[in-house]
Design a protein around this ligand. Sequence first.
Ligand SMILES: O=c1ccn([C@H]2C[C@H](O)[C@@H](COP(=O)(O)OP(=O)(O)OP(=O)(O)O)O2)c(=O)[nH]1
Ligand SMILES: [Mg+2]
Length: 156
Amino acid sequence: MTIHHDVRPTLNLIRLANGEGLDLPAYESKGAAGMDLRAAVDEAAPLTLQPGKRALVPTGFIFEIPEGFEGQVRPRSGLAFKHGITCLNSPGTVDSDYRGEVKVLLANLGDEAFIIERGMRIAQMVIAPVTQVRVAESAAASETTRGAGGFGSTGV
Ligand SMILES: O=c1ccn([C@H]2C[C@H](O)[C@@H](COP(=O)(O)OP(=O)(O)OP(=O)(O)O)O2)c(=O)[nH]1
Ligand SMILES: [Mg+2]
């Protein structure tokens, strides 16, 4: 008999009052990198995002990101392509010690108003490993072939 253990890290979610009845964030395909986040706006009061404006949209959940990981809040390409909707601070960073509601800072770069309804999949979250380094100060930088060349120094 083969026993299959699920070795994936666990993402613990805490549903808030405004998340009542919403589908859990989920991977929408077998190999999806991100799980889609849904708008926890009031059913009776959809949010209208005018062109050039931004809004902090609640997801209805606290995400307990496992230690050693971060949550990256990224735009959905379909919304960006069709409506000019993006995440202003992309990728948004959700720290593993954050215990507030995850929110999505949406911006409308399109030329028409965009209506965000309850349950709409507005963004996606990728869970990615992060490394915290030990910070040290040195008097001089080590030598390399590149040196200070950057910003197109190798050609375009
Ligand atoms: O798209 C985002 C970005 C951030 N956050 C939450 C989780 C994150 O852990 C916290 C702080 O984010 P960040 O460090 O990017 O913002 P800050 O301006 O540096 O705020 P702080 O001083 O609270 O760290 O805000 C979100 O819910 N959504
Ligand atoms: Mg910060």
